[in-house]
Design a protein. Structure first.
Length: 273
């Protein structure tokens, strides 16, 4: 299935010579964090500052680029193995390990939600204390690696709390490009989101239906990968269903391309069904 849509305003500046594209996209991970709400499934979205170089003013899921330390083989891990994740995302095992670790690390950095526990049967119940928030900021500054952070607290990464959802690559005309794997996760019982990260000027839970309505009414801006993911997830009946649905998805890399329609720029996106 393919879609054809007008170029989002957040991308139009790059068509006017705002910068040269990089030679290769940077590996990244992003997580659609979900919970059940009174009006259906809700997701946690952040609005990036309008001064940001990438996706300025757009609503995004928690996520970011892979840190080389995310591939640390010493990190304690339970759930699907790196080899299984490599098969799901069609990539090398070291990258698969790094992507899962980046997904957990970025989710904690940008929402305060930690997908880890003392063992395979439990999850951290509360990360609101000052020591947790100090570690969160240290991770964001890259003063601390995820492996060391978890080891200091005798925690293991809960890879089973993540589901593989999609694979998007930033269009070639963008000066900043990311090769991003999309994950889904459900808010663990007892945890709550924390303060906003520095890259956002607004953050909070919103129903998927309302988020899509906001894009339709142009009161919210989303890049195609975020909007399409929200639309896909909106068809589910409850948040936990996302993890089950993820196991049945065929994941193929999607690279939107620029096309001209009567002199106007459009993005053509081919999405597997």
């Amino acid at each position: 299935m393919h879609t054809l849509e007008p170029m989002p305003e957040a991308l139009r500046g790059h068509l006017r010579g705002a910068g040269e594209p990089v030679s290769a996209p940077r590996d990244a991970a992003t997580v659609a964090l979900l919970r059940d709400g009174s009006d259906g499934i809700e997701t946690y979205l952040l609005r990036r500052h309008r001064t940001m170089a990438f996706a300025a003013g757009s609503y995004v899921f928690p996520g970011g680029g892979v840190d080389e330390r995310d591939a640390d083989v010493s990190l304690a891990w339970v759930g699907p193995s790196p080899e299984q994740w490599a098969a799901r995302f069609d990539c090398e095992v070291p990258l698969a390990r790094a992507l899962v670790c980046a997904a957990v690390r970025e989710t904690f950095e940008e929402s305060g939600v930690l997908l880890a526990g003392a063992d395979a049967s439990c999850v951290v119940a509360d990360t609101s204390g000052p020591d947790w928030q100090e570690a969160r900021m240290a991770l964001e500054r890259r003063d601390l690696s995820l492996a060391v952070f978890l080891a200091e607290r005798a925690l293991v990464l809960r890879a089973d709390l993540l589901g593989a959802w999609a694979h998007w690559i930033t269009p070639e005309f963008e000066p900043r490009r990311f090769d991003t794997r999309f994950f889904v996760a459900v808010l663990p019982a007892g945890q709550a989101v924390g303060s906003m990260p520095g890259e956002a000027d607004r953050a909070g839970w919103i129903s998927l239906v309302d988020a899509l309505a906001g894009v339709e009414s142009e009161t919210m801006t989303m890049l195609p990968p975020t909007r399409i993911t929200c639309a896909e997830l909106a068809g589910l009946h409850h948040a936990a269903g996302a993890l089950e649905a993820a196991t049945h998805r065929s994941i193929v890399a999607v690279l939107p391309e620029l096309v001209d329609v009567d002199g106007d720029p459009y993005l053509r996106t081919e999405v597997a069904t």
